[in-house]
Design a protein around this ligand. Sequence first.
Ligand SMILES: [Zn+2]
Length: 305
Amino acid sequence: MVSHLHQLFHAETCQSYIHTLRWKDRPLQCPRCQSHNVGPWGAYHYQPGLQRYRCKEQACTRTFHDLTGTRLDGSKRSLAHWLLATFLRCLACSSRRIARALGIHISPSDRWGWWLRHTALSYETERQVEDTVEADDLYHTAGNKGQAKGGGKQALGHRPRGRRKKREPGRGHDDKDRPAIIAWVSRQGAVVIQATRDCTVQTVQKAANLAVQAGSRLDTDAASSYQAVQGDVHAFGNHTKKEYARGDVHEHRAECLFALLKPSLRVFRGLSKHTLPGYVSFLQCLRNFRSQNACEPAERILYAA
Ligand SMILES: [Zn+2]
């Protein structure tokens, strides 16, 4: 019987995959002096399949391998662990679930999850939506999370996150443990999701400047924060007057995105408001690559790493 997933993987296959991925668009070179004058130099006993190279430059003469200088270098876990963790992360699994599937402790899984999420962001930081853009906002209950150092019942140094807290009516705010999430959805398919402190005129304007290309048409509801946004052509549907669509002016796509986003965030069982932006941006990345299967975003993340 196989107790954990990584046992099904062959170390040599993983190594040759990483080799192909790292050097797919450039020739093999020394990661320290960037010289192309390199040659094979044996192998490593402790990592089967990992080829060792040596730089032939007189000034350098150091050895390296396919993982030197990457985030995967020096890990005590095998490459199979890393490849599977990335794959499971792209299927939107929580760190605890990844830890159980791979047979590792929750804390490395959490740490890997953190940097896999942030590596994925390198594809999303510059993204802007254009043409007809729908915008909407929602408030997500997210407080402080975590335990006192060393466990036990010591004071956390902050208010507990209060997951059972009843939702107060009206708009949320970061200080009330209900930060806002603003989504910008292009009718062409691209999305930008931002986690913000609140949903005031200033925040929405700042978010729009980052997310929306100038000259786009904006379809929103009649909230005053959106009415004040400058620099774009504007159209509103007035939900309080039960007007949800007027011709092609509507925000059904933005609302649909939230219908997908809410269950995806629920998987993580109560996020801290400090990590919420990272999770939201990672889900944005998954959404923007939704036409591909989970292998392709996983490969992109590993390539960026
Ligand atoms: Zn060198």
